[in-house]
Structures are given as structure tokens and as C-alpha cells.
Design a protein. Structure first.
Length: 402
């Protein structure tokens, strides 16, 4: 099959020959034909040598490459990619483990499927497309997931993640499962209780943030559990309470959860109750994080700062770094001597070095003596393609504050 051909400017193929999966618009010399957003295109050097095959898109990143070998990206092609991703999760001890029925199956470039995210919650896969190309083949991908994993439900949640200029009018919906027949049978609504490291939690993939839960903090929540015994814990930006119920299992004296969303606080309460019914150690507050830190009278000796992305684009990077500094200054000023601070950034536009500098500046402003205990990142089911370092988006530090 012939695909639209894109020729690069001289020497612009160097990053592609090192298997970087993005083609920037400024690197393109010539396009044969008039590709629509989401079309499959082939990339060639200025010397007419094949480089890769990917999805075309309008914007700074013009092509996301999904294969560096000539291929026909049919159903078998995508099913093989899903199979490889699943085998990795089996090797990690996540898939097929009764203690963990929740994990990321596909992590975009990290699994050689740029523009695609898939999280598994027991019998439900929640799929997010970040490119028109992946949106176009969503049913193929859903069927491949069902064939490989043998699960029942695939929920498509891309209303807010696809390029709005593409005028796709995407709809969040079940592609298979509830409201969609599988082999002629329409299934009931899937149970939304998932398990992570033996702890249960409700997942709201219909209206919740991202795919419904932040699976990328699994390992960091486990680490927090080890530090929680006998401590007074404050979980800022708690969302659905993941860090909170790990802290409770770790033996925390008290755990307070804070989020500006009343819906998130309600889900946090449900999740704590699911694991620790009638446990009086936990309280939750729907309020602004900065205001809570400013006004709080309670003294905590373990604080978690896990805010939403302060910088989704580089043009707001400066303000984002100021936000991280301001937030951490408050935590350093309030935490008890001998306290532990878990602080994170999930902003891809913020580098590891920039985040560390913001936190270090905050420590200096507070005048506290601070030591690094751990440097944290995302877990193995959010792999970083070694040729695509931009995929390392989650940065974290565990700090001891004297």
C-alpha cells in the first residue's frame, strides 16, 4: 500500500535515525499530496531513504512515528503492539496479579504507540487518544485489547485530550461492553472497584480526571506507607485519596486529605471507608490548597504535595516554577522538625533539574536544613523510551526537614 510521502530537509533526519518518534514541522522539506490530520504517512530523507511511518498531524509536531520499519499498520500490526505491551506488564508482575488488577497497559511513546494511553481497571480498559491518528483507529485498538487481555469493557475517554482544531467532536463512550454488544451480548455496567497492592478503591472513569485514577504514583504510594507509622499525615491535592489510605495502612496517627474538588473529597472518603471502615484517623477537606497551608493550625510531620500539572505548555513555564516554589515554601515553613516531605511535579514541560531548583530555592527561603532521601519518578508500567526522554514527566523528591 502506498502512503503519502514526506521528505525531510537535509540533515533533519539525524534524530529520526536515532529513533526519536517525532517529526517537527520545521524539518519538513516537501509533502507529496495533501494529507489530512490522522492520515498515515511515510518519512524519507533528502536522499530518498525511508525513515519511518507515522500519523500526520497539524501543529509543531507534524508526525508521530509508530514504526521505523516499512509496514502495513493493519489490525494484526496493532494487536502485536498491544501484545508486546501486555507481555511487559506480565513480566512486571502487574497483569494477572490478584493484588494488582490496576495498571497502565499502553504509555504512548514508551510503548511505541505515540498518542495513545490505556489504563486497566480490572475488567475495564480506559483508552485515551491524544492524536487524531489514534482516534481514527479506536475500534481496532479496542478489539485488539479485548483479544489480547480477554477483558469485557473498553471505555473511550478523549473529549478533552484530542486537538480541538481537528473538529472531531469526540464522544466519551463505551466502545465495547456497556451499551455496546460483544458477540451479540450487551453487558451490564462494569464494577468500578479496583485493587492496587491489596488496597481497594473506586474509580470514576466517566467523570474523573485523566482515566479516573493516577496509576503512576503506585510505587511512590508504597514508599510513603513505609514512612507513615506514628506520623501525622497531610495529603494535599489528594484527588481520590491514594496516598491517604496507604498512609493509614502504614500506621499513621492521623491522615488529613485536602482537595479543592468536593467530588474528589467525596470519593476519597468512600475509598478510605472501603479499606478502613469507621476509622476515625481520617478527615477530609474541600478547600484551596494554598489557603489551607497558610491557615492550618495542625502540625504535620509528613506532608504530600502532588499538585496537578502547573505547566502543560512551555509558554507558562516561568509561572509554573514560581507556583512550585511558593507551594514548597509553605510546606517547609509548616512541617514539624524531623518531618518528611513528598513533593512532586507531573508537568512534562518542567525538567527534573528545573523542579529540583524550584524546591531547593523554597528550602533556602524557608531557612530549614533539608536533606534528600529519595529521588522519584514514574513506575515501570509508564516506561520511558530511551530515545524519547521527554516521556519522563513525573518528578518527585522525598525530603527530610530538620
Amino acid at each position: 500500500m502506498d502512503y503519502i510521502k514526506i521528505t525531510l530537509k537535509p540533515k533533519k533526519e539525524e534524530s529520526i535515525l536515532r529513533f526519536h518518534p517525532w517529526i517537527f514541522s520545521g524539518a519538513i522539506q516537501k509533502i507529496q499530496g495533501n494529507p489530512k490530520e490522522g492520515d498515515i504517512v511515510e518519512i524519507y530523507t533528502s536522499n530518498n531513504e525511508y525513515c519511518g511511518t507515522g500519523h500526520y498531524q497539524i501543529g509543531s509536531i507534524a508526525v508521530r512515528i509508530f514504526s521505523f520499519e516499512k509496514t502495513i499498520p493493519n489490525f494484526i500490526f496493532w494487536k502485536n503492539k498491544i501484545e508486546k505491551a501486555y507481555q511487559l506488564r506480565l513480566a512486571l508482575g502487574l497483569a494477572g496479579c490478584p493484588e494488582n488488577n490496576t495498571y497502565r497497559l499502553v504509555h504512548g511513546e514508551g510503548d511505541s504507540m505515540p498518542g495513545l494511553i490505556v489504563d486497566i481497571y480490572d475488567q475495564t480498559a480506559v483508552m485515551q487518544a491524544h492524536s487524531v491518528g489514534m482516534h481514527t483507529i479506536r475500534m481496532e485498538l479496542a478489539n485488539a485489547i479485548i483479544d489480547v487481555l480477554g477483558i469485557q469493557h473498553v471505555y473511550y475517554k478523549s473529549e478533552t485530550t484530542l486537538p480541538f482544531k481537528a473538529n472531531l467532536n469526540p464522544k466519551d463512550e463505551y466502545l465495547t461492553g456497556k451499551g455496546a454488544p460483544i458477540h451479540g451480548v450487551t453487558l451490564s455496567h462494569p464494577v468500578n472497584t479496583a485493587i492496587e497492592n491489596g488496597l481497594e478503591f473506586h474509580v470514576d472513569w466517566l467523570k474523573g480526571q485523566k482515566t479516573g485514577f493516577f496509576t503512576d504514583q503506585r510505587d511512590n504510594r508504597s514508599l510513603l506507607e513505609k514512612y507513615s507509622n506514628g506520623r501525622s499525615v497531610l495529603n494535599m491535592f489528594c484527588y481520590t485519596g491514594g496516598f491517604s489510605f496507604y498512609a493509614m495502612r502504614g500506621g499513621a496517627k492521623i491522615v488529613h486529605s485536602v482537595d479543592s474538588s468536593a467530588k474528589a473529597i467525596e470519593l476519597t472518603k468512600q475509598n478510605v471507608e472501603l479499606n478502613f471502615p469507621d476509622d476515625k484517623r481520617h478527615e477530609a477537606y474541600a478547600t484551596d490548597a494554598f489557603r489551607y497551608l497558610e491557615e492550618m493550625k495542625e502540625e504535620y510531620d509528613l506532608i504530600i504535595l502532588d499538585p496537578p500539572a502547573f505547566a502543560k505548555h512551555r509558554d507558562v513555564l516561568r509561572n509554573a516554577l514560581q507556583g512550585y516554589k511558593k507551594l514548597n515554601v509553605k510546606a517547609f515553613e509548616k512541617i514539624k522538625p524531623g518531618g518528611i516531605l513528598f513533593t512532586f511535579s507531573c508537568s512534562q514541560a518542567v525538567s527534573k533539574e528545573q523542579f529540583r531548583l524550584a524546591v531547593f530555592s523554597a528550602a533556602a527561603i524557608s531557612g530549614r536544613n533539608v536533606r534528600i532521601l529519595h529521588q522519584l519518578s514514574q513506575p515501570a508500567d509508564h516506561p520511558v523510551n530511551i530515545y524519547h526522554p521527554e516521556g519522563e514527566y513525573l518528578k518527585g523528591l522525598v525530603l527530610y526537614v530538620e
